[in-house]
Design a protein around this ligand. Structure first.
Ligand SMILES: [Zn+2]
Length: 934
């Protein structure tokens, strides 16, 4: 029982007990009056860290806001709570400027008056990896713990839709509640619903039908406030399961200082509502859980709020940089450092720096690139820095692995969990081409000097200068190390003989040789120096190496080719390209390139690679066709050149020239003008693979357009299956929309999407749509993959597909990507049975290291033997190996980890149970385990 003396009622004092207002008369509490609506007011601000203003501009406002907020909370007990938007970045960004206020924030947090976290940033859920989502949550909770604990609510107020596995992620972090707005489908008709992940994990979702700003701008007048509440109750009354949650804040809104007073006054002048300033956690703790609707899976409906699906395809450069940076950290740096470096050399701080950049970029306005150019530039820079750290750490760990191997020689390393083969580029000594390899074009020798025995004569001073510029180690380039140096001296001068080779050597005392040379050169500054270079002939070749253990290594020995790839070039016909075809085949799959259309067939299914360019009079948030569209889907001319002809790899380069309209005229809303563009598409097939790799490159000449590649489906279909964080989600051919936002069925996929027997793996090309839907059978026949979407506005008014603005009406020229090079990478498999493996084969190649020999690790070998689930993370935590896996299937799986034992932990690192050698993982489950080295 809770009693609050809340003011006067009809001239009498009143008290609220369990939401029922009682009048206090002369003889004590009188009879209960009617049940009143409880109005929970949660003061907050929604803090987009960067958006239509750059970070530093918004941060100046953040500092002002929190300065004032701290004073307000400390001096006005009636302003009892504040929600700092569920993201710890706001706190860190503030404390960087006001470190002296950390204790004040901690005290307010400890008193329950300031709610912070659990996220580090309010991310977009679809455009980033599952790991980034988890690191975001873990970083936020860890940072929140430094202030006495993060808010125990998975607050998701503004995300542009929600991934299917979010309830499971929240439950794994110990969170039972979430709060959502966008994406909720029309069948959910209450302010609370059960939201279930594919594995069955369920959270209670508080649904804000009109958004996180439904109680923004509370009037400084009690009567006005009561009227506002009444209006809002009328608006969403049928959704209410109980009380009204009034979110008192909106984008970058300052706290409203009169809140406590006006709430007290509103309570005093009426008895329809009981107003209370509270926290989200307190509100949710008492909100009903009975009889709520249930929803399983992702939330991507535009039924009541914009889902802004077009953010998946604007600024394709940002999306590609995100994919590359995440891969560098998740798939190279972390596993390599965890598995190949001693535990005490785990580069925690550097990884934290890199992850912080990636997590900051995950903010919904950042990775979504619905921002001004200065923001997008900052996002790209953060991704570049994270990637540099990731790749640099990965290369260091690979070097450590190479030096730890017992056997000398080129060694192939497999960054994926599966044992697999693949193509590597290697160097072989001598002039002969080993069997089952393919020659690559010759490269000049070290320093550009031709291979073989070379000699040159320089003066002593020049040699001294060159010496000073040489690297400290013995490595000259990717394939060349110094093997030995000899120095001889006589009355005619100094002679230096340098031997190069393709193996790393540790026994060459380069430092003392250099010192010796300086001394000799200094003593004879006028003498001639004859330099003899002994560079034995080598060849750069492609080879296929098979059976490289998962998270392991094997000597780089060319495997016999059971399915070598070859090229058959039909006659190029008469005028400039013309008829005929080029066929790449390996006995597993055949690719036939049509010289007239520039498209290709896979196993007889024709039409792959057809580029369709149409107008886009939308904005950064949404595609929208211009009033008068003009599609260009055929080139003016095509030329096909075979650039690699097997047996390991075959490539053909298709150069197609198109005439694309230049822009959409703002007045006529028609595509106008004409620009010539040369689009180069490389189609590649390798021995032993059914995968066709495609790279399309061009310099974008036009504005206001959308370029898609059309990929025919071997079988017509009614659905697609796309990879999102920790799951593959099935989607139909339609999307729920409304008048304010057309339900455009363009969907995001993060690494791959399958439909009608075709699987497409891609690098950051996040948007696809099933098209060519036959009216008769209702089945789609083509998958359209968006390669580029150029628009010039952050937000626009009066678009066909979204009439009302979604942000400021700001011109943003960078969104056009005009004049910029565009590179789109994707791969195709017909009849793919393991799209995760395909994605790794396409974008996570085997790597080559040169082992000097003499270490302790045997070859071949593996540092982590694991199967039965997809591996999402391999890292170190508290000195232990930490591995996260997920089960993408609807069957229970046994995850086997060889002879390892250890503990299963949740996302907060709390022990959930022991395992020894293996453990069961529920359908669609995510699990994290820790294990000591052994
Ligand atoms: Zn926002």
């Amino acid at each position: 029982m809770r009693g609050i003396i809340d003011g006067r009622l009809g001239g009498q004092l009143s008290v609220i007990e369990d939401g029922v207002r009682m009048a206090i008369g002369d003889d004590g509490i009188s009879a209960a009056q009617k049940v009143q609506r409880h109005v929970s007011i949660v003061p907050h601000t929604h803090w987009d860290r960067e958006w239509y203003e750059p970070f530093q501009t918004f941060r100046l406002r953040l500092v002002h806001l929190i300065d004032g907020l701290l004073d307000l909370l400390e001096n006005d007990p009636s302003y009892s709570r504040f929600l700092l938007d569920g993201q710890m970045a706001a706190v860190d960004d503030y404390l960087e400027i006001r470190p002296e206020n950390e204790e004040r924030i901690r005290a307010l947090a400890a008193a329950g008056r300031l709610s912070m976290g659990p996220w580090y940033i309010l991310m977009d859920e679809f455009l980033i990896s599952g790991e980034t989502i988890i690191r975001d949550l873990q970083t936020g909770m860890r940072r929140g713990a430094a202030f006495g604990g993060a808010m125990e609510v998975g607050y998701l107020p503004d995300m542009f839709g929600h991934i299917a596995q979010m309830p499971q992620i929240l439950k794994l972090a110990g969170l039972d509640h979430t709060v959502v707005w966008r994406g909720v489908p029309s069948v959910v008709d209450k302010t609370g619903f059960w939201w279930e992940a594919p594995d069955g994990s369920t959270v209670r979702a508080e649904y804000l039908p009109t958004g996180y700003g439904n109680g923004a701008a509370i009037p400084d007048d009690a009567k006005e406030l009561v009227r506002r509440i009444g209006d809002h109750e009328a608006e969403i009354g049928e959704f209410l399961v109980d009380g009204l949650l009034f979110m008192n804040g909106t984008d970058h809104q300052e706290p409203q200082r009169w809140l406590g007073r006006v709430v007290a006054e509103a309570n005093a002048i009426q008895d329809d509502y009981v107003l209370e300033v509270t926290s989200l956690a307190d509100y949710l703790a008492t909100t009903p859980t009975d009889g709520l609707p249930r929803w399983q899976g992702e939330l991507r409906s535009g039924a009541r709020a914009n889902v802004l699906m077009g953010v998946a395809s604007n600024r394709v450069d940002v999306k590609r940089h995100a994919a590359v940076a995440e891969r560098a950290l998740e798939r190279r740096a972390e596993p390599y450092c965890a598995l190949y470096l001693p535990a005490d050399r785990w580069p925690r701080t550097l990884l934290d720096v890199a992850w912080k950049e990636v997590v900051r970029n995950a903010a919904h306005d950042s990775v979504c690139a619905c921002s001004v150019d200065e923001v997008v530039d900052a996002v790209n820079t953060r991704y570049a820095e994270a990637r540099r750290i990731g790749d640099g750490l990965a290369d260091q760990a690979l070097l450590a692995l190479a030096r730890s191997l017992a056997d000398a020689g080129p060694t192939v390393v497999n960054p994926s969990a599966r044992s697999r083969g693949g193509v590597v580029e290697m160097v072989v000594a001598g002039d002969d081409l080993p069997p089952d390899t393919q020659a690559l074009p010759e490269e000049p020798g070290a320093f550009g000097i031709p291979r073989g025995l070379g000699a040159l004569t320089l003066d002593a001073n020049t040699v001294k200068t060159v010496l000073g510029m040489l690297p400290a180690g013995s490595q000259i380039d990717a394939h060349t190390w110094i093997q030995g140096v000899q120095v001889e001296e006589d009355e005619t001068g100094i002679e230096i003989t340098i031997a190069f080779g393709s193996e790393e050597r540790f026994d060459v005392p380069l430092a003392s040789i250099k010192q010796d040379l300086y001394t000799r050169l200094g003593a004879r500054p006028d003498s001639a120096v004859r330099i003899r270079i002994d560079q034995p002939p080598i060849r750069r070749v492609l080879a296929r190496v098979s059976d490289v253990p998962g998270f392991g290594w094997r000597s780089c020995t060319p495997a016999p080719l059971a399915h070598p790839v070859n090229v058959t070039a039909g006659e190029g016909g008469g005028d400039g390209g013309g008829a005929g075809s080029v066929e790449l085949g390996n006995g597993l799959v055949s690719v036939t390139i049509d010289r007239s259309s520039g498209t290709f067939a896979i196993d007889g299914v024709a039409g792959f690679g057809k580029l369709v360019d149409g107008g886009d009079h939308g904005d950064s948030y949404n595609y929208s066709p211009p009033l008068r569209d003009r599609l260009v889907d055929a080139p003016d001319s095509v030329a096909v050149v075979v650039t690699d002809s097997g047996p390991v790899r075959a490539c053909a380069e298709i150069t197609a020239v198109y005439s694309w309209p230049e822009y959409v005229d703002g007045v006529t809303r028609a595509r106008t003008g004409e620009k010539t563009v040369e689009v180069t598409t490389t189609v590649e097939l390798r021995a032993e693979e059914r995968m066709v790799r495609v790279v399309t490159r061009f310099v974008n000449p036009s504005r206001d357009h959308r370029l898609r590649v059309h990929l025919p489906l071997p079988r017509p279909t009614t659905y697609s299956e796309a990879e999102c964080a920790f799951a593959v989600v099935r989607r139909g051919l339609e999307a729920e929309g409304r008048q304010d936002e057309f339900g455009l069925p363009t969907f995001p996929s993060r690494r791959f999407v399958s439909a009608g027997g075709l699987t497409v793996a891609h690098e950051g090309l996040l948007e696809y749509e099933l098209v060519d839907i036959d009216a008769g059978d209702g089945r789609a026949r083509t998958l359209a993959l968006t390669l580029l979407r150029s628009t010039g506005m952050l937000s626009r008014l009066g678009m066909a597909y979204r009439p009302l603005p979604a942000g400021p009406l700001t011109p943003v020229s960078g969104l056009q990507l005009q004049g910029r090079p565009v590179e789109a990478r994707y791969a195709l498999v017909v009849g793919c049975d393991d799209p995760y493996a395909m994605g790794d084969d396409a974008f996570l190649p085997l790597e080559l290291v040169h082992a000097p020999g003499g270490g302790g690790r045997a070859t071949p070998g593996s540092a982590l033997d694991i199967d039965g689930a997809e591996v999402s993370a391999v890292r170190r935590e508290a000195g232990l190996l930490e591995v996260r896996v997920f089960n993408p299937t609807d069957r229970t799986t046994t995850v086997r980890v060889g002879s390892r034992s250890g503990w299963l932990v949740d996302l907060r690192g709390r022990t959930q149970g022991r395992f020894d050698g293996s453990f069961e993982l529920r359908p669609f489950g995510i699990a994290t385990f820790r294990s000591g080295d052994h």
